[in-house]
Ligand binder design. Structure first.
Ligand code: G6P
Length: 362
């Protein structure tokens, strides 16, 4: 089912469009009336655990950063995230009150596999969030949660990321339920929002068309800054990574509040700012960061459910009542935008130069 392009121009395009369905699969049987649950784990997973450490590479690392906001906000468990290739040589302190989570589409990335081994050898409880059953990581970790995204062929990861993020969000709620760290009302709101993720990932033709039209204005210039706050910061990192991977244009993801500490010096009309402006989270804060960039003549493309008059370009997403739904709406826009830019530049979207789907050597 996943091996053909089915009329799409590229596997990446097909996989972007598949996200709504695979996320539904990923949630099947895992979202219940009052909480989330996983057949693969039980409540004892949190026994003796005081913190969570996440390690991953590439796009999976971005899903990890996103989830660190959710683990702290919802589960009230201290959580930090590190790049696996950094972690493995820093002589990290590994303590047994840490739940060690690795995230990997393939389950084979050499650096991530190595840190998993380190954590196992140090006697930590280990969990892998993975898309490939019976991969090296799933064989090694104490617990596995599968993302059920189906085979991902595009080198630039799309549906693996959305399913990883949903699994991690469900996991944060599962932990919140065990620890009783959020009230029932909040839990219900989270579950309602979760159920709407497939809808948020459904692609509106008008939005795709808009990214196609806009793409021709963003082929040159001296670089892109993708900016956002909170979970929209790792989303900005992911948006920038997608663009780099397949368009070979220079792009950086940045926390919008940090722009004034250096990057704003680059602002001029040839600097493209892609601003992630969710209505439901820190809107005014991001807005004032974007205003500062606009005042310094950066070209602004904002993605938001709210009109923003200072934008040179504007991609309007649906109004929702949860920031994670805005997150998924924006994710699709970012994926489509980088794909359309790459297509216009004549690149091979599915096989970008210099990159491999899975990096199994150090
Ligand atoms: C490679 C791929 C990326 C991926 C990263 C981590 O660099 O090109 O798309 O995010 O590896 O892969 P993993 O399989 O561990 O998620």
């Amino acid at each position: 089912q996943y091996a053909q392009k089915d009329g799409f121009r590229f596997f990446m395009e097909k996989e972007i469009y598949e996200q709504s369905d695979v996320v539904s699969d990923c949630m099947l049987g895992r979202v219940n009336d009052n909480t989330t649950s996983f057949d693969e784990i039980d409540d004892s997973i949190l026994e003796g655990i005081n913190e969570i450490k996440i390690c991953a590479c590439g796009t999976s690392y971005h899903a990890g950063i996103t989830s660190s906001y959710l683990f702290e906000r919802l589960s009230k468990i201290k959580c930090n995230v590190e790049i696996a290739s950094e972690f493995r040589y820093k002589q990290p302190l590994l303590t047994k009150d840490t739940l060690f989570i690795v995230i990997s589409q393939s389950g084979e990335t050499a650096d991530t596999l190595e840190v998993l081994k380190m954590a196992k050898n140090a006697g930590l409880k280990t969990l892998v969030i993975c898309n490939v059953d019976n991969s090296s990581m799933t064989r090694l970790a104490d617990y596995t949660i599968l993302t059920r995204a189906g085979i991902e062929k595009g080198v630039a990861s799309t549906k693996a990321f959305s399913t990883q993020t949903v699994v991690l969000w469900m996991l944060a709620l599962y932990f919140a339920n065990i620890k009783n760290s959020i009230c029932e009302d909040t839990m219900q709101k989270e579950l309602t929002a979760l159920r709407e993720v497939p809808k948020a990932l459904t692609i509106d033709d008008k939005i795709h068309e808009k990214t196609r039209r806009l793409s021709k204005r963003y082929l040159h210039g001296h670089g892109f800054f993708f900016i956002g706050r909170d979970v929209f910061y790792p989303l900005a990192l992911e948006g920038a990574l997608k663009l780099k991977e397949i368009s070979y244009l220079h792009a950086e993801g940045y926390p919008s509040g940090e722009m004034k500490h250096g990057p704003i010096a680059l602002a001029d009309p040839e600097l493209f700012t892609i601003a992630l402006m969710p209505e439901n989270l820190l809107y005014e804060k991001v807005k004032s960061n974007v205003e500062e960039l606009s005042a310094r003549d950066s070209t602004i493309c904002s993605i938001s459910p709210l009109d923003f008059e200072l934008s040179d370009d504007f991609i309007k997403i649906k109004k929702t009542n949860h920031y994670m739904l805005e997150f998924f709406e924006m994710l699709v826009v970012l994926q489509l935008l980088s794909m359309e830019i790459s297509i216009r530049l004549g690149n091979d979207v599915d096989m970008p130069r210099n990159l491999a789907k899975s990096v199994t050597v150090e």
